[in-house]
Design a protein. Sequence first.
Length: 158
Amino acid sequence: MNTRSFPSGPRAALLSVLLGLAVLPARGEAMLELFQLSWSDLTQKMPEIAEAGYTSLWLPPPAKGSSVFSVGYDQFDAFDLGDKNQAGTIPTKYGTKAQLLQMVQVAHQFGIRVYFDNIMNHRRISTSKPSAAAFTATGRACRTGITSGMSNTNLSPA
């Protein structure tokens, strides 16, 4: 009696790859959206997040909002990550720039990528006239509603 079995050895490996039968460990990507934790709390939870199998984090905008209660979608200063004394506070709702950098460093140590939500067209409306103090040394606007080279003209059709 002649029985046939699946070949083994190098020919079998080539055949299984050609037929799509190669068994490779599957690795899925899992992103965790976290919008209510401070940077320091998130840093402390990073081992637990990594152990749960998450490979990336989706976090709120890191820049300072219009108040310490702002989630960040009404940005006061897109370049203030919690290191400037403005809008009544130094830290953002989530913490200081140093805490933010530490959280990202710890996430990377656990092999976790970090993505920040970035909404380019959401800005806090300025109700005051621009002043010289509103601009940084590089000429970038610090206060939202003040944009170098743009005027506050009516753009509606006449």
